[in-house]
Write a protein that binds this ligand. Structure first.
Ligand SMILES: Nc1ncnc2c1ncn2[C@@H]1O[C@H](COP(=O)(O)OS(=O)(=O)O)[C@@H](OP(=O)(O)O)[C@H]1O
Length: 347
């Protein structure tokens, strides 16, 4: 049920996250304690050939997970028991995670942190620092204790497929997907920040074969798509391209979905547009918190790698028509049964 307009949100979610590097998105600084030797757990699982320089993957429960995250997936499957008012932002990497983290955080925290306010956390923190990353916390006693200590409503983020979160039915999930060719191009540029020689063809082939971190991408998308059809109140399925077209409309939808619809007074005061502007690509990209520093100690990728171009249709500048056709055909074939299609038009 929607909370009454104007009702206080309660304790601000994650207002102090900057002091806590364990909440920052990325590889956990220490391996999950219950699996002191992760080799014991993962060595029996199939591995995939990887483009040079990229981290190893293991096939777990039908998905190619980064090796370090397999114990996290096991822990999530065993122990993830969300609260009914939890919100989890879920996505395949490079599909709009940073943006939806920012929009959801700004929407849920708006009573304590007005989006137009000079002291808003998103002005001094990267969006990933405002939303705890389940992979960085789950599976270690310390991390899970931190999650348990967070006040409600908690907002969290994951790249895990729905299959790794059987408890996900007990909370709200906001999923964002993106046209797969643009995801490939974004992923390639991201990896190139650490491996400048990496050919697009290597990333492309990995995605087409399914063996990409958290892939196959079509199974990742299909899991959340089916859940959103079965439980529209539990899973909100967003598309990056639609967000670009109508960010304000989607922020309203997001607010309704998390039970915090905008009041008439908020609409009149322009709160929706304040949130859209605060979280826009053009704005976030200019902020010091997003221009400098690295994602975390375990993942030395510069934060500005999260803000490259922020458009739909950039694939045309990098893929041949043959590559595009091939991936379109694979995705159409794989998602046909689920009744999900992507527009292939340019921006
Ligand atoms: N605010 C905002 N608005 C629109 N687009 C945005 C925004 N923030 C990030 N981006 C673009 O999202 C791409 C990065 O994807 P993710 O945020 O999912 O990356 S990650 O998985 O969290 O590492 C990456 O896409 P590309 O530009 O195509 O590479 C980012 O530029």
């Amino acid at each position: 049920m929607a909370k009454a307009p104007g009702a206080p949100l309660g304790p601000v979610p994650f207002a102090d996250v900057e002091a806590d590097s364990g909440l920052v998105s990325g590889v956990p600084e220490q391996l999950p304690e219950e699996h002191a030797d992760p080799d014991d757990l993962v060595s029996a699982l199939p591995s995939a050939p990887r483009p040079k320089g990229l981290s190893s993957l293991r096939l777990y429960d039908g998905f190619w997970l980064p090796e370090w995250s397999v114990p996290v997936a096991v822990a999530l499957q065993r122990r993830f028991e969300p609260r009914p008012d939890d919100v989890v932002v879920a996505s395949f990497p490079k599909c709009g995670t940073t943006w939806v983290n920012a929009l959801t955080f700004a929407t849920m925290a708006r009573r304590a942190h007005p989006a137009a306010g000079a002291g808003h956390p998103l002005l001094r923190l990267n969006p990933h620092q405002c939303v705890p990353f389940l992979e960085a916390l789950f599976g270690s006693r310390r991390g899970e204790a931190r999650l348990a200590a967070l006040p409600s409503p908690r907002l969290m983020n994951t790249h895990m497929p729905l299959a790794m979160m059987p408890g996900g039915g007990g909370c709200k999930v906001v999923y964002v997907c993106r046209e797969p060719k643009d995801m490939v191009v974004s992923l390639w540029h991201f990896h190139r920040r650490l491996h400048p020689e990496l050919p697009l063809a290597d990333v492309f082939e990995a995605v087409c074969g399914g063996a990409v971190g958290y892939g196959p991408v079509w199974d990742h998308i299909a899991g959340y798509w089916s859940a959103s059809a079965a439980r529209p109140d539990g899973v909100l399925f967003l598309r990056y391209e639609e967000l670009l077209r109508d960010p304000a409309g989607h922020v309203r939808e997001l607010a309704r979905f998390v039970g915090l619809p905008f009041s008439g007074a908020e609409e009149d005061a322009g709160v929706v547009h304040d949130i859209v502007n605060l979280c826009s690509f053009g704005h976030l990209k200019t902020l010091e918190a997003n221009k400098t520093g690295h994602m975390n100690a375990g993942l030395p990728i510069p934060r500005d790698a999260l803000f490259r171009k922020g458009v739909a249709g950039d694939w045309v500048n990098h893929m041949t028509p043959e590559m595009a056709r091939r991936l379109d055909d694979i995705v159409a074939d794989k998602l046909h049964a689920a009744g999900l299609t992507f527009l292939h038009a340019r921006e």
